[in-house]
Design a protein around this ligand. Sequence first.
Ligand SMILES: NC(=O)c1ccc[n+]([C@@H]2O[C@H](COP(=O)([O-])OP(=O)(O)OC[C@H]3O[C@@H](n4cnc5c(N)ncnc54)[C@H](O)[C@@H]3O)[C@@H](O)[C@H]2O)c1
Length: 383
Amino acid sequence: MNRVPIGIAINGVTGRMGYRQHLVRSLLAIRSDGGLPTADGRRLWPEPVLVGRNPAKLAEIAERHGLTDWTTDLDAVLARPDVHIYFDSQVTQQREKAIRAAIEAGKHVYTEKPLADDTAAAVDLCRAARAVGVKHGVVQDKLFLPGLRKLARLVQGGFFGRILSVRGEFGYWVFEGDWQAAQRPSWNYRAADGGGIVVDMFPHWQYVLERIFAPVRTVQATVTTHIPSRVDESGTPYEATADDAAYGIFELDGGIIAQINSSWAVRVYRDELVEFQVDGTHGSAVAGLRECRIQHRGATPKPVWNPDLPATERFREQWQLVPDNEPFDNGFRVQWEQFLRHVHEDAEFPWDFAAGARGVQLAELGLESARTGRRLEIPPLDL
Ligand SMILES: NC(=O)c1ccc[n+]([C@@H]2O[C@H](COP(=O)([O-])OP(=O)(O)OC[C@H]3O[C@@H](n4cnc5c(N)ncnc54)[C@H](O)[C@@H]3O)[C@@H](O)[C@H]2O)c1
């Protein structure tokens, strides 16, 4: 048989990310394409074991996709020799203890971000995985988005000259749940349940900035809760105790200043739900999830400030679309494929628990900066 089965316990598969992005768009999509080709000419074949708390939901998902392997007993799954990888997309607060159990059971671990609730726990998980010798990885999906891959390509190609600044705008209106249902789970808006936009988004910004531009050296953030009460999935009002907007300034190696607004209380007047404008001495770019536009120094207009006149130029039309020039698959799937190759044939995988811990650290220091009103240096982690 040319197929190499690889058992993957997927815990949190009933959730938004676990079901759609990881099960359907990644693991089952790999199966639909005949498995993942390996260096030795065979095909890695993901065998998902659906893990969760609600048997009815698990059975329903399994049936919908022609799967049979599901359970509510995590310990039993971790004891199975045919399960090689533990994947976690549970709510963040449940993550640490499940990952710790998986490491102790000798499973390779891949997980949604953030890796843990705080930096100390994230560092500890990293050390534990290394001590046992299992492979470990954290989802860093934004790096695999077509728009950001084009942006990274521009950086690598020297398009910008000296990069001066990065301005990121992320967010959209998340409905309060009263007259229209909220489009995100309510735990995201309760601090006690691990919610908050800083712990959700700063881990993303950490790896986007570090991998595409340069390591983050300082953080200064203002964080707030714009919408103080919301209505949950069952129609019950609750106090929104977690932050729903964060306005962060990050200094990167080499003097690049990054400023990123993250908000669930903003209406979109942009082309995409996240956009980064990068300005450099030789050119600028605006990248979103899929598209990326550029303006070279040679095509830069020379506007003159005069509020008495209507705008003299159509600035948006002066930018040029960056072509794809390569196929872009779903970002979650691309990273899954790299993790599977990492496990199976020891291929390189830089998005490990150490990288995940740096994401948690930036969120933690961002919140501390907001609390104390100080700009904070980001110390290297002792890993
Ligand atoms: N990479 C990304 O872009 C991205 C986007 C959104 C969320 N996430 C991360 O994915 C994880 C899951 O987020 P989601 O939006 O899919 O959430 P969700 O609420 O849709 O799903 C949560 C999952 O955790 C399970 N769970 C286990 N214990 C639970 C408990 N005590 N209370 C509630 N649910 C419990 C639920 O059954 C469900 O399967 C979070 O860690 C989040 O940070 C990542």
